[in-house]
Design a protein around this ligand. Structure first.
Ligand code: GDP
Ligand code: MG
Length: 598
C-alpha cells in the first residue's frame, strides 16, 4: 500500500531556468523545511554551489505531502545539475526515478540543455511533466513556449503547469500533478534485495554513505549486504532518508530512495552505478550500471608544498567517491615534482574540483594548463594516447596526431546565425547542417575540435549572440590535424609543465601571446629572466622579465595609495601559490596563461 503513495521524480532544465528555486518551493509547501530554516536553494548544500548559484551534485530528499485526495504521499525529489559539464550526473539521478519535471523558462524558451536533458529522461522511460516557469516576468510568453515544447521535443504541452517559483503561482497545482502524473514505483518487496547506488558520500564518522534506489526487496540494519560488482560484503549499520538532514528508518523497501551506511571504510569498495543485494539471499541479476563517463579535459595538479603529496592523493580519493567523473593518476614533472594527472568533464568541473580541494582539504595547488587527449601514431607505428603535452614525443618521431572532434549543436535566434558561423569557422569548425526549430530559432550544427571548444568558445559564443545562444556537444571521433607542441623556456630551460599543443596555423600568434602574458605574471627577480616560446628547436617568440629594482611601486603610483595597496595585496596573495622552478618563481596564473589568450 505504501508503495502506491511513493513518487520518485527529478527536475531537469537548462541552467538558470529555475530548477533549484522550484525545488525550494516544493520543500516549503510540503513543510519539509520550516520558514525559519528556509534559505535559497536549500538543496545546493555545498558552499561552492551557493556562491556560484549552480547545482553541481545531485541531491535526494524525502518529503511528505497531504494531497487533495486526503492521502499522504511520499515524494523523493532528486535535484540535478544543469550545466553541460555535468550531464553525466543527470543521467545517474534519472535512473532512480519514475518521472521528471521538465522546467522551461517562460521568457527564454527551450534551450540546448532542455533538449539534451529531456532526451536523457525519455531514454530512461520517465513520465515527463512539462512546467513553464517564471511566468511573472514581463517578457514571459507561455503560449509560445508551449508551442516550442511540442515542436522541438514532441511532447504534449497543452496542460503544462504554469508557475512562478518567485511568487509561488502554480506551485500547488504542480505538486498535485506530481501525485497524479508521476507513476508510483513498482517492484516486489518479497524478492531479494536489488538496489542501485546512484551516489555516495564519504563521511568521516560513518564511513561511506550510499545513496540508493531500492528496486526490489527490503534492507534493514543488521542485514549483510553484498556489492555485486566486486563481491565485497558489509553489515548494514543504518538505513534512512534525507529530509533534508539524515533521518534513520527501520527499513528501506522496493520503491524507496534513501541511504545505507555499513562501516564501509575504503572509498574504493563501492562504485556509483553498482547494485547492492543481500549476501545470503542475492538477486540473480545486477541492474544495468552507468556508462562510465569520459573525461574531456586533463590537467596536472601539484601541491605547492611537495610534502603534501599524500594528502592530495587522499583528498582526490575522497572527492572521487562523490564524483565518479573525476579521474586521476600519479604523474611527475621536472618543474613541479610529484602530482596527479586528472581528468575532468570540462573546465567548470576542473575549477570546482580545484576549489573543493583547496577549501575542504586545505591544500594549495598548482594546476597546469588543461589539455585534451590526443591519439598519436609514432614513426615506429606505435599508437599512444597523450593527455599531457609534455609527453608528446619529439616531432621527428611523430607520424600523425589525431585530436578529439565534437558535434556541437548551437541553438540560436536566426538573427545571430551569421556571427555563430563566423565564430565556428574561426575555431576550425566544419559546417554540418542547420535546421529551423520553429519560426525564429535555428539549430546550427558544426563539427569542431574539442580543443577549441574547451577554452573560450562558450564565452565567445555568449558575447557574439548577446547571451541568446545555447550549446550542447558530444565527442564524435578523432581526426588528424596539423598540431605542434609549443615549449616554453625560462632562463633557457624548458619548463615541462608550461608546454601546450596548438594548431600550426595559430602557433606563432599563440607563442607571442603567451610570452607576453608570462612577462606580465612572472615577478621580477635580482636577474633578468628570458622567456622563449619554441616549436622544436625553433624559437617563435621571446621576451624578458627585467631585473628587480628596489621599491617599484613607489615609482609607479606616486600618490595613489589604494592602487598601490591593491598591487601589493595582489602580490601577497600570489606568493602563496608560487612554484620555484630552477631559479625562477612561477605563479599559478602562469600555468593558466593559455586560457586567458584571445
Ligand atoms: P537553476 O540553475 O535551474 O537551478 O536555476 P535557479 O533556481 O538557481 O534560478 C535561476 C535564477 O532565476 C535565480 O536568480 C532565481 O531567483 C530566478 N528565478 C527562479 N524562478 C523564478 C521565477 O519564477 N521568476 C523569476 N522572476 N525569477 C526566477
Ligand atoms: Mg540549481
Amino acid at each position: 500500500e505504501r508503495q502506491t503513495r511513493i513518487r520518485n521524480f527529478s527536475i531537469v532544465a537548462h541552467i538558470d531556468h529555475g530548477k533549484s528555486t522550484i525545488a525550494d518551493r516544493i520543500l516549503e509547501k510540503t513543510k519539509t523545511i520550516s520558514k525559519r530554516e528556509m534559505k535559497a536553494q536549500v538543496l545546493d548544500d555545498m558552499d561552492l554551489e551557493r556562491e556560484r548559484g549552480i547545482t553541481i551534485k545531485l541531491n535526494a530528499v524525502e518529503l511528505e505531502y497531504e494531497a487533495k485526495d486526503g492521502k499522504t504521499y511520499i515524494f523523493h525529489l532528486i535535484d540535478t545539475p544543469g550545466h553541460v559539464d555535468f550531464s553525466y550526473e543527470v543521467s545517474r539521478s534519472l535512473a532512480a526515478c519514475e518521472g521528471a519535471l521538465l522546467i522551461v523558462d517562460a521568457a527564454q524558451g527551450v534551450e540546448a540543455q532542455t533538449l539534451a536533458n529531456t532526451y536523457l529522461a525519455i531514454d530512461n522511460d520517465l513520465e515527463i511533466v512539462p512546467v513553464i516557469n517564471k511566468i511573472d516576468l514581463p517578457s514571459a510568453e507561455p503560449e509560445k513556449v508551449k508551442e516550442e515544447i511540442e515542436e522541438m521535443i514532441g511532447i504534449d504541452a497543452d496542460d503544462a503547469v504554469l508557475t512562478s517559483a518567485k511568487t509561488g503561482i502554480g506551485i500547488d497545482e504542480l505538486i498535485e500533478r506530481i501525485v497524479s502524473d508521476v507513476p508510483a514505483p513498482e517492484g516486489d518487496i518479497d524478492k531479494p534485495l536489488k538496489a542501485l547506488i546512484f551516489d555516495s558520500v564519504y563521511d568521516s564518522y560513518r564511513g561511506v554513505v550510499l545513496n540508493v534506489r531500492v528496486f526490489e526487496g527490503i534492507v534493514k540494519p543488521g542485514d549483510r549486504i553484498e556489492i555485486m560488482n566486486n563481491n565485497k560484503k558489509f553489515e548494514v549499520t543504518e538505513v534512512g532518508v534525507m529530509s533534508p538532514k539524515a533521518v534513520p528508518r527501520d527499513y528501506l523497501m522496493a520503491g524507496d530512495v534513501g541511504y545505507i551506511t555499513a562501516s564501509i571504510k575504503s572509498v574504493k569498495d563501492t562504485q556509483v552505478g553498482d547494485t547492492v543485494t543481500l549476501a545470503d539471499n542475492p538477486t540473480d541479476e545486477a541492474l544495468a550500471g552507468y556508462r562510465h563517463s569520459q573525461p574531456m579535459v586533463y590537467a596536472g595538479m601539484y601541491p605547492v608544498d611537495n610534502g603534501k603529496y599524500e594528502d592530495l592523493r587522499e583528498a582526490l580519493e575522497k572527492l572521487q567517491l562523490n564524483d565518479a567523473a573525476l579521474e586521476f593518476e600519479p604523474e611527475s614533472s621536472q618543474a613541479l615534482g610529484f602530482g596527479f594527472r586528472c581528468g575532468f568533464l570540462g573546465l567548470l568541473h576542473m575549477d570546482v574540483i580545484q576549489e573543493r580541494l583547496e577549501r575542504e582539504f586545505d591544500l594549495d595547488l598548482i594546476i597546469t594548463s588543461p589539455s585534451v587527449d590526443y591519439h598519436v601514431t609514432t614513426t615506429a607505428d606505435e599508437e599512444i594516447i597523450v593527455d599531457n603535452p609534455a609527453e608528446l614525443p619529439d616531432t621527428s618521431e611523430v607520424k600523425e596526431i589525431r585530436e578529439p572532434y565534437v558535434r556541437a549543436e548551437i541553438m540560436v535566434p536566426e538573427d545571430y546565425v551569421g556571427p555563430v558561423m563566423e565564430l565556428c569557422q574561426r575555431k576550425r569548425g566544419d559546417f554540418v547542417t542547420m535546421d529551423y526549430l520553429d519560426k525564429y530559432r535555428v539549430n546550427v550544427i558544426y563539427k569542431l575540435p574539442l580543443l577549441e571548444i574547451i577554452f573560450d568558445f562558450f564565452d565567445d559564443l555568449k558575447s557574439n549572440t548577446k547571451g541568446y545562444a545555447s550549446l550542447d556537444y558530444q565527442v564524435e571521433d578523432y581526426e588528424a590535424s596539423d598540431l605542434v607542441k609549443m615549449d616554453i623556456l625560462l632562463n633557457g630551460e624548458p619548463v615541462d609543465a608550461l608546454s601546450f599543443i596548438v594548431h600550426r596555423d595559430f602557433a606563432y600568434q599563440r607563442g607571442r601571446d603567451i610570452v607576453s602574458r608570462l612577462k606580465e605574471v612572472i615577478p621580477r627577480q635580482m636577474f633578468e629572466i628570458p622567456i622563449q616560446a619554441a616549436i622544436g628547436n625553433k624559437i617563435v617568440a621571446r621576451a624578458t622579465v627585467k631585473a628587480y629594482r628596489k621599491d617599484v611601486t613607489a615609482k609607479l603610483y606616486g600618490g595613489d595609495r589604494t592602487r598601490r595597496d591593491k598591487l601589493l595585496n595582489k602580490q601577497k596573495a600570489g606568493k602563496k601559490r608560487m612554484k620555484e622552478v630552477g631559479k625562477v618563481s612561477i605563479p599559478q596564473e602562469a600555468f593558466m596563461s593559455v586560457l586567458n589568450l584571445n
